[in-house]
Write a protein that binds this ligand. Structure first.
Ligand SMILES: Cc1ncc(COP(=O)(O)O)c(C=O)c1O
Length: 375
């Protein structure tokens, strides 16, 4: 996180815990934004007290909570409304977030009504629109569709006398887990810039693209600067993380080879949860031809499988394998299911291996037990 901060990137938090993590990593409040669909009073309090870049509100009811927190903090809190643009995305249904049935966001019409009535929340700067239609998109077409809606709403809001200050176009930039293709990032960025430039034509309140990320957004004379916020997650971190695991056992049954790893679905749940498939490579390959293997974990679940049919060279117990592109939705989604403490996290920094998080031991798990009588 410190490295990303040093690169000038902001932090997108989804909970009070992530707000604290972002602050602990040194992100200035003005570089932190808050997402999620179940805002709590504590999160509102934290955000208002520190004056974070923005909160993306998921429904209108949250605005009263945020306004009250901002009033107590004697601050104006920047709030974007997340809209549900009704856009379908390809891929696993659990990472689709912008279609009609998705739990996220308000109807675009409702957002326009809120912006037109923004004086109801005097401690909020209700100047943003937020869209995030899904994750793991290799084709930016759904992102473009969502951006079109956000731009259309910004124009409509301006026409109603309630101009917006920023567009948050979300994340969703995909990673090719086969390692062959790349998300067309530059192409997409050029499209955004061009589309915003076009949107000034005939706009009652011309817009101007501004560098992405947090900031105040003062514009050139006569122009209203529209700040663009992007929320790439996976694309930034997936390729730079690997899950290293020891091979515990090799089992053969009816001509099938099972490679039993020490790592399991509690350490890395994407394969079990989304049926995701990651490349698996031996750390030190042994000589010999590759052949088929099922790569499985040690958890008591038949879904604890990393690959049904990987082509792997000979492996022996005690060897190590790397599961590639595990930097996103990996450690962050790990649990201690089956009494398996979470793994250590190691970072390579200036050629040295630094332990960024210690492994949870069985003793740590036992220590968390309690029998406090609460009522
Ligand atoms: C609101 C929001 N923005 C951005 C992201 C990051 O998405 P991705 O990792 O696909 O870039 C997420 C992921 O859950 C999200 O919920």
């Amino acid at each position: 996180m410190e490295h990303l901060r040093a690169e000038g990137i902001g932090a997108d938090a989804g909970s009070l815990g992530e707000l604290e993590l972002a602050a602990a990593a040194g992100f200035e409040p003005s570089r932190i934004e808050l997402n999620g669909n179940a805002r709590t009073e504590e999160e509102a309090e934290w955000s208002a007290a520190r004056g974070i870049h923005s909160v993306n509100a998921d429904h209108v009811g949250e605005l009263d909570l945020l306004d009250a927190a901002a009033a107590r903090a004697e601050r104006v809190l920047r709030v974007a409304l997340r809209i549900n643009p009704g856009i379908e995305t390809p891929g696993h249904q659990y990472v689709a977030t912008g279609h009609d049935e998705a739990k996220f966001g308000v109807a675009p019409r409702e957002a326009l009504e809120v912006w037109a009535a923004r004086e109801r929340w005097p401690h909020l700067n209700l100047g943003g629109v937020h869209v995030h239609v899904g994750s793991q998109l290799m084709d930016p077409a759904p992102l473009r569709g969502a951006a079109e809606q956000a731009i259309g709403l910004a124009r409509a809001a301006a026409a109603r006398g309630a101009p917006l200050g920023w567009l948050n176009l979300g994340g969703g930039f995909g990673v090719d887990y086969d390692g062959r293709a790349e998300f067309p990032l530059e192409h997409y960025a050029q499209w955004i810039v061009q589309r915003l430039a076009d949107a000034t034509v005939g706009s009652p309140e011309p817009v101007r693209a501004r560098a992405s990320s947090a900031g105040s957004g003062a514009g050139a004379p006569g122009l209203r600067a529209l700040e663009i916020v992007l929320e790439p997650g996976r694309w930034l971190v997936a390729p730079v993380g690997v899950l290293l695991s020891e091979v515990l056992w090799i089992k053969h049954r009816d001509g099938r080879r099972f490679v039993v790893l020490a790592a399991g679905m509690n350490d890395f749940i994407r394969p079990a949860l989304y049926h995701a498939r990651h490349r698996i490579v031996p750390v030190t390959p042994r000589p010999g031809a590759a052949s088929a293997a099922a790569v499985v974990g040690p958890v008591c679940e038949s879904g604890d499988v990393f690959a049904e049919d990987a082509a792997l060279p000979p492996l022996e117990p005690g060897d190590w394998v790397a599961i590639l592109d595990a930097g996103a939705y990996g450690a962050a989604m790990a649990s201690s299911y089956n009494g398996r403490g979470r793994l250590a996290e190691l970072v390579v920094r200036e050629g040295r291996i630094v332990r960024a998080r210690a492994a949870e031991t069985p003793a740590d798990l036992a220590r968390g037990r309690a029998s406090d009588v609460l009522a």
